[in-house]
Design a binder for this molecule. Structure first.
Ligand code: AQP
Length: 345
C-alpha cells in the first residue's frame, strides 16, 4: 500500500515547554504544517508514566496547548489535541504490548535513565512507554515523525513494531485487501531541527529537560526577560574565551551548547557565530545570547499568557482536534481489530 504522507508528533505535559523542545522539535513542526497534513498531540498518557499531581496535570495540558499555538501551530491547519481523548491510542498500545518483545524494551536507554537505580519501583507504564509511542504514530498511519535526537531509539522501535505487526499478521492483512501485506508504514524520524539536542545550562553533558530538578538548567518558553537573562548569566562555562573555529569547541560541552543555542536562534551556523564572537569573554557572549533569547521567546511567552487567560477556548481547540483525530484513527483501529481476530459489535 502506498501511504499518504502524514506527520505525527507530541510533547509531554510534564511541565512547561523549554528551549530544547522548541529548537529540537517545535520549529520543525511549524515548517511541516506548511506542506503536510500534521497531527500534534499533547501526550498526557505518557506524562503519567511518572507521578503527576492531577491539578497540575490539567493545567499543564492547557499550558502546552497554549504554547503550541503561541509558537506558531495553527489549530485550523494542524490537528491539536490531547492523547487521552482518543481511545485508539490506548487500544493500539495494548495490541503493541503483545507485539513488541521484552528484549527490545530492555534495550531502551531512556527507560534506564529515567528509572535510574530504583528500577524495581518504576511504573510498568514507563517501561512500555515506547509501545504507546508507536501506537500514537501508527494509529494515524503517520509516515513522518519530527522529534529531537533523544527520540531516535524510540522511533526505531516503532518501525520494528510496525514491521513485526505486518509480518505476524501478513496472511490476515492480505485477506483484508492489502495485497503487499503492508498494513502499517515504517515511520521515518525527521531529526532536522536547528539544534537536535540542546543541553542543560548547568551541565553540558546532560540534555535540557522538563524534569530536571533545577529550573536553572533550562529556559522555559514561559520565562520572562529577567529570568532568561539570569539563567544565561548563571549558565556553566569554562574560563577560556570563545574560540574562533569550531574545533576549539572540542571538549568544551558547555561552550558548544551555548554557541549552538545562539546559532539555532539566529538561524546561522556555529562557525559564523564563532567568526563574530571568537576571542570574546563569556560575559559579553552571554549578554548577546540573553538578548537574542528574549527577542525570540518573549512574544511566545506573552501569547501563551494571553491564551491561558481563556482556558475554555483552549478546551474548545482540544475538543475539536480530538474529534478530527478520531475520524482518522477510528477506521484504522477497527481494521486492526479485524486483522488480529477480535469480534466487533
Ligand atoms: N534537550 C532537547 N533538545 C532537543 N530536543 C528535545 N526534546 C526534548 N528535549 C530536548 C524534544 O522535544 C519533544 C518533546 O519531548 P517530550 O516532552 O515528549 O519528552 P522528553 O523528550 O522526555 O522531553 P523532556 O523535556 O526531557 O521531558 P521530561 O523531562 O518530562 O522527560 C521530543 O521530540 C524531544 O525529542
Amino acid at each position: 500500500m502506498k501511504f499518504k504522507e502524514r506527520v505525527f508528533s507530541g510533547m509531554q505535559p510534564t511541565g512547561s515547554l523549554h528551549l530544547g523542545n522548541y529548537l529540537g522539535a517545535m520549529l520543525q513542526w511549524i515548517e511541516l504544517q506548511k506542506t503536510h497534513e500534521c497531527i500534534y498531540c499533547v501526550v498526557d498518557m505518557h506524562a503519567i508514566t511518572v507521578w503527576q499531581d492531577p491539578d497540575e496535570l490539567k493545567s499543564a495540558i492547557r499550558q502546552v496547548t497554549a504554547a503550541y499555538i503561541a509558537s506558531g501551530l495553527d489549530p485550523k491547519r494542524s490537528i491539536l489535541f490531547n492523547q487521552s481523548e482518543v481511545a485508539a491510542h490506548a487500544e493500539l498500545a495494548w495490541i503493541f504490548n503483545c507485539v513488541a518483545r521484552l528484549g527490545w524494551l530492555n534495550r531502551m536507554t531512556q527507560f534506564k535513565e529515567k528509572a535510574g537505580k530504583d528500577r524495581e519501583n518504576a511504573s510498568v507504564g514507563l517501561y512500555v512507554y515506547p509501545n504507546l509511542m508507536a501506537a500514537d504514530i501508527l494509529a494515524y498511519r503517520a509516515t513522518h515523525v519530527p522529534v529531537g535526537d533523544d527520540q531516535k531509539q524510540h522511533l526505531e522501535l516503532s518501525r520494528d513494531i510496525a514491521q513485526k505487526f505486518n509480518n505476524d499478521f501478513k496472511q490476515w492483512i492480505e485477506k483484508a485487501g492489502y495485497v503487499d501485506g503492508n498494513f502499517f508504514p515504517l515511520p521515518e524520524p525527521v531529526i532536522t531541527g536547528p539544534a537536535t539536542r540542546v543541553m542543560s545550562l548547568r551541565d553540558g553533558t546532560k540534555k535540557m529537560s522538563k524534569s530536571d530538578p533545577s529550573d536553572l538548567s533550562r529556559i522555559n518558553l514561559t520565562d520572562d526577560a529577567d529570568t532568561i537573562a539570569k539563567k544565561i548569566q548563571k549558565a556553566k562555562t569554562d574560563p577560556e574565551p570563545l574560540p574562533s573555529e569550531l574545533k576549539g569547541l572540542d571538549g568544551r560541552p558547555e561552550a558548544e551548547n551555548l554557541v549552538g543555542i545562539y546559532a539555532a536562534l539566529a538561524g546561522r551556523s556555529k562557525a559564523k557565530v564563532l567568526e563574530e564572537f571568537g576571542g570574546a569573554q563569556f560575559s559579553a557572549f552571554k549578554k548577546a545570547l540573553a538578548e537574542l533569547c528574549v527577542e525570540k521567546l518573549g512574544p511566545i511567552a506573552a501569547e501563551t499568557k494571553r491564551l491561558m487567560a481563556d482556558p475554555a477556548e483552549i478546551d474548545r481547540v482540544l475538543a475539536s482536534g480530538s474529534e478530527r483525530a478520531r475520524v482518522i484513527a477510528g477506521p484504522i483501529i477497527a481494521e486492526v481489530k479485524d486483522v488480529v481476530g477480535f469480534v466487533r459489535s
